[in-house]
Write a protein that binds this ligand. Structure first.
Ligand code: TRP
Length: 448
């Protein structure tokens, strides 16, 4: 068990806050035209993300097993179909696929710690920074090495069991990351493009919003809160029983959202000030922040610190992606934790190679070009789209539907821990109708 409510909040925040906030949120916001996308994203967090987090953590705490067995057991207790266990399986597969590319991007942070530490960013303009990024991407060997190191660290931590180390890491390092982001926003305020960036992020222009953009916003709400893959269910299974799930879910979601918005505020002024397109894609933060570090006092120190903290945020997220699978291997197959972590690590590593090559040798390979949504997509793009925009929302939909329609109503109420009748009734209504309907509507719009 987590030792307290705070311990769970730290662990869940460790899972939620990661590359999704600092790497992915800014670049997909840039690709989708800014403000209107941010509005939809915030609505998705409030109307879908928070309710589904409440459902997911509640299911985990009631089951107290690995997600797959939790679903099996709850379905038995509630007289529902045993097929609900496939929900656990879909989550495990989604998290596995996410980790395969997450680890490659985590490797980028590792590589940037080295670049930062060597002082390469000092006084560098966008050309030089762009060249550093380009050189890293074009070398499969470089990407592969850092991808391997990243996964080794994750596997080493997982094989020890996650609880004690995780609490400590998140307790100290997350506040540091937060402070450093504030420093970066402070620096960004000193550029004359700050108000342009604020405008870009917070003045919605709905003509820039596409149906695919809405789906990305929805998908990202799941991705950034670690929902829909049963990762939060696994963490919920260690939550002490007297803690209010609802309050805890709101706390974690708010922290996660604030971190993403701060990252946006730090990055877009720099992108504009240095003539970079907001739609530059996955390289956005790696091509903007180093320029700022290169100009600020003690920049080498701050840059090294920043990429180290980003790495740690990525690791605490990556751990939560593999935990459900490892728990299941332990529980069901009686495999020892160390062996389980190793097997899972080797499998993820291999699939991750497809992402490694997506940025160089296979950059023009579109393996599923015969499927319209995947037509222009590399392996990396496919894994990203398939998980964030399809598997996670689908998983989340089933989770909230199970909670609100199939779970014993008294047990549901007991887990959520909302005392006021009216507030609970409203929450239950949102979970029963509003969240599922919104996910379905976004899905259908994109299919039609
Ligand atoms: N939320 C993490 C981030 O924003 C990523 C993450 C961790 C995740 N665990 C997950 C995403 C489980 C989906 C499912 O970086």
């Amino acid at each position: 068990m987590w030792s307290s409510r705070l311990a769970f909040i730290l662990a869940a925040t460790g899972s939620a806050v990661g590359l999704g906030n600092i790497w992915k949120f800014p670049y997909i916001t840039g690709e989708n035209g800014g403000g209107a996308f941010v509005v939809v994203y915030l609505l998705c967090i409030a109307m879908i993300g928070i309710p589904i987090m409440i459902a997911e953590v509640s299911l985990g705490r009631r089951g107290r097993l690995s997600p797959i067995n939790t679903m099996k057991q709850l379905a038995r207790a509630d007289g529902a179909s045993q097929n609900w266990k496939y929900l656990g399986w879909m989550g495990v597969i989604a998290a596995f696929l996410i980790l395969s590319f997450y680890s490659v991007i985590g490797g980028w942070s590792l590589s940037y710690i080295g670049h930062a530490f060597s002082g390469e960013f000092e006084g560098a303009g966008s050309d030089k920074i762009g060249a550093i990024f380009g050189a890293m991407l074009s070398s499969p060997e470089t990407l592969m090495i850092w991808h391997s190191v990243f996964l080794l660290i994750v596997v080493a931590i997982l094989s020890q069991g996650i609880r004690s180390g995780l609490e400590k890491a998140v307790n100290v390092l997350m506040p540091m990351l937060f402070l450093l982001l504030l420093v970066m926003v402070g620096y960004a305020m000193s550029t004359s493009q700050f108000s342009q960036a604020v405008d870009f992020l917070f003045t919605p222009d709905f003509s820039k919003l596409t149906t695919e953009g809405i789906l990305s916003a929805l998908g990202h709400a799941f991705f950034t809160l670690s929902l829909g893959s049963c990762a939060m269910m696994a963490y919920g299974s260690f939550l002490p029983s007297q803690v209010s799930v609802a309050r805890t879910a709101i706390t974690v979601s708010v922290i996660d959202t604030v971190v993403a918005l701060l990252a946006g505020l730090a990055i877009f002024p720099l992108a504009f000030a240095n003539g970079l397109e907001p739609s530059a894609g996955p390289g956005l933060i790696f091509q903007t922040l180093p320029i700022a570090f290169g100009q600020m006092p003690a920049g080498t120190f701050f840059a090294t610190l920043f990429f180290s903290l980003l790495l740690i945020a990525a690791i605490t997220s990556a751990i939560s992606m593999l935990e459900p699978l490892i728990e299941w291997l332990e529980e069901q197959r009686g495999i020892n934790r160390k062996v389980a972590a190793l097997i899972a690590g080797v499998l993820v590593w291999s699939v991750g190679l497809l992402t490694v090559f997506s940025f160089n040798n296979w950059a023009d390979l579109h393996p599923l070009s015969f499927v319209p949504v995947f037509a222009e997509k590399t392996f990396f793009d496919i894994f990203d789209y398939l998980t964030a925009n399809i598997m996670l929302p689908l998983g989340g939909l089933f989770i909230v539907v199970y909670f609100a329609w199939f779970m014993n109503p008294d047990a549901a109420r007991h887990e959520v821990g909302i005392k006021s009748d009216n507030v609970y009734r409203l929450t239950h209504f949102v979970m029963r109708y509003v969240s599922p309907a919104l996910v379905l509507i976004v899905f259908l719009y994109n299919l039609l």
